[in-house]
Design a protein around this ligand. Structure first.
Ligand code: NFS
Ligand code: SF4
Length: 626
């Protein structure tokens, strides 16, 4: 199997081979064959009467009597709890940062209009309040959502009315964000919930608390603090690293840090220092979601997605790799020993043995950021030759949001989703698909993202994308407007030309999947496509997913009514009942369901078939250019 379709990655993998450096792909190989008990959901480590395994012909239950359905479902919802916790803890930190913006400090409100819109969602009266006062009230309201003990999550009311009713009927309307995570841990500890259906329902409630709670708070408050993105041009892939400049790569997730690094890199004194050490300026580049955050708001170049993190170091020109939380391979600390690169951890939540720790704090944000940038500059003269930067950098457009799609499709004076809905209704556009999620060395890097995207746009499906999927499409050149004429179907081409957008829209980081929920809701409210998210001709996919966060995302899309295809199944395949529940029966409950399909073209066609079924149910005309 090819390791990557990306030429830059292939080149660097060649370097790795020459130099005997080990990557995630090698470590994956060393792990094969992977444990089939774990892979299929037959293993339980929840108490020390175990670990238990269900072994054909030997045992049908663990010591406590938990069978395969219970064990598999418990494991799965614990993944949701972890994923939701990661996104939501990020959201909580952003809320704290917004609170600090109500005082003197390095953070301020950049988007007062969005602040007022969010205040409205929290039921806060904005009239007569200045930004700081309002920021404090919104931050406090947001923080209260995490520990809430009574009532329902306020942002979940943004969903279409019938959706909220449905969640209530099923008993999965989320309450407090933290509470849903805790309740999963409670229910799945030894000897509590043993009914896989009941377990999955709580899994969905927790996932909804992520999508319509923690992640949505992260997105909204980041927009308030750092500005709501608007479309801009930038560049992506390892070629954005500049051999002549100080290269500081930020990797992780929380823009509270990376925004300050971007600011620090503009500091005249530090720029002078960079010149003094013989560098042509300071070049910031991102990896993973933190890349998406600063790309969307500042056009900062992206060095790559998840599987590029080690490859970036191997170029030999990364003077500092600065990480915060999530998707950071501990392997980096060994790898940097072969280079001059300094690995800097910054979060009290994420230490890595062998890395240098410079703790970030929001009260000294810019000061700490400057200290980090200075370390990168001072490290520049220690480069030990052997630089190898692939000559690969692709143009892209990023920076779309639920609001800017709105603005764009409506035209300058007509901010409305009407043209989008009309295009779907008259059949020029078949529907909309979301492609999200990670890289995974089990799958040729970017292959599934790119092939799926191409197949969908060819069939007049507008694609929105986030996270590492978005970076994959960007590297492949799919986020350029001209792609509409090269690869999109005729109907989608017409839309892209009329509106001036690419056929694949970059909507941000993984927490920004919440933007997709809002965009879908806006489509429902615009009218003509049914009353609920489950009525509209849309589908979602995570073809190369690996993270627990992707499990939470998948579940909040399904629980919000979206048909979602995953490139590999959840590790529960041994439970026939659970597999049937997730891929069939669940649709009756929430209007969405899962499918598992490794072949990206087949997966795209599952999505297209679903979109066509929804069009049929709405009695829309046949797609214009089928
Ligand atoms: Ni999303 Fe972002 Fe990438 Fe996967 Fe990791 S960076 S939060 S989890 S690997 S898409
Ligand atoms: Fe075994 Fe039950 Fe304990 Fe799991 S909870 S380890 S199945 S005894």
């Amino acid at each position: 199997m090819e390791r990557s379709i990306d030429r830059a990655a292939r080149e660097m993998l060649g370097v790795a081979k020459e130099r005997g450096l080990v990557t995630a792909w090698d470590r994956y190989e060393a792990q094969t064959p992977q444990c089939r008990f774990g892979a299929s959901g037959l293993c339980c480590r929840i108490c020390v009467m175990g670990p238990c395994r269900i072994v054909e012909g030997k045992s049908t239950a663990g010591v406590c009597g938990a069978g395969v359905d219970t064990i598999a479902a418990r494991n799965l919802v614990r993944m949701i709890a972890a994923g939701a916790a990661a996104h939501s803890d990020h959201g909580r930190d952003v809320a704290h940062t917004l609170l600090s913006a109500s005082r003197d400090g390095d953070y301020t409100v950049k988007d007062p209009v969005k602040l007022r819109r969010v205040a409205y969602s929290f039921g806060i009266e904005a009239e007569g309040k200045d930004d700081r006062e309002l920021a404090r009230e919104v931050a406090e309201a947001a923080l209260a959502e995490f520990g809430k003990q009574e009532g329902e999550l306020l942002l979940a009311y943004r969903a279409p009315e019938p959706r909220v009713e449905r969640w209530r009927r099923l008993g999965i309307m989320p309450r407090g964000i933290d509470r849903e995570v805790v309740e999963i841990m409670h229910r799945t500890t030894m000897g509590v919930d043993a009914d896989y259906r009941n377990i999955i329902l709580q899994g969905m409630r927790c996932a909804l608390a992520d999508g319509w709670g923690g992640s949505m708070i992260a997105t909204d408050l980041q927009d308030v603090l750092f500005g709501t993105p608007s479309p801009l041009r930038a560049r992506v892939n390892l070629g954005v690293l500049d051999p002549e400049a100080v290269n500081i790569v930020v990797h992780g997730h929380e823009p509270t840090l990376s925004e300050m690094i971007v600011l620090a890199a503009r500091d005249p004194e530090l720029r002078r220092l960079a010149e003094e050490v013989g560098a042509r300026g300071i070049n910031i580049a991102g990896i993973c979601c933190t890349a998406n955050e600063i790309l969307m708001r500042h056009g900062i170049p992206v060095a790559g997605n998840f599987l590029h993190q080690e490859l970036a170091v191997m170029t030999g020109v990364v003077d500092a790799m600065v990480v915060d939380v999530q998707c950071i391979m501990p392997a980096l600390s060994d790898l940097v020993k072969h280079f001059h690169t300094v690995l800097i951890t910054t979060s009290p939540k994420a230490a890595i043995p062998g890395a240098e720790h410079v703790e970030f704090s929001e009260d000294r944000a810019l000061e700490v950021a400057k200290e980090i940038v200075r370390k990168g500059i001072e490290n520049f003269p220690r480069r030990n030759g052997g630089a190898r930067v692939p000559d690969e950098a692709m143009d892209l457009i990023a920076g779309f949001t639920a609001e800017s799609v709105f603005y764009f499709l409506g035209g300058r004076y007509r901010a409305t989703y009407r043209p989008l809905n009309d295009a779907i209704i008259d059949g020029r556009l078949r529907g909309v698909a979301g492609i999200v999620g990670c890289n995974n060395p089990k799958i040729t890097q970017d292959f599934a993202h790119v092939e799926m995207t191409k197949e969908l746009i060819k069939h007049d499906v507008l694609v929105v994308t986030t996270g590492c999927a978005a970076i994959a499409d960007a590297k492949a050149g799919l986020l350029r407007p001209e792609v509409a004429f090269e690869l999109a179907g005729k109907g989608l081409q017409e839309i892209c030309e009329a509106v001036g957008i690419p056929p694949v829209l970059h909507l941000g980081a993984c927490v920004d999947n919440s933007r997709i929920l809002i965009a879908l809701t806006n489509m429902v409210h615009e009218g003509g496509l049914g009353d609920d998210i489950s009525d509209i001709p849309v589908a979602g996919a995570a073809p190369e997913w690996m993270s627990e966060k992707a499990v939470a995302i998948g579940f909040y899309f399904v629980a919000s009514g979206v048909f979602t295809v995953l490139g590999q199944p959840f590790p529960v395949t041994a439970s026939e009942a659970l597999m049937k529940f997730l891929t069939e029966d669940i649709e009756e409950l929430v209007g969405g369901k899962f499918a598992f399909e490794p072949d990206p073209i087949k997966a795209a066609h599952l999505m297209i078939e679903h979109i066509d079924r929804k069009r049929h149910a709405l009695k829309l005309r046949e797609p214009m250019y089928a």
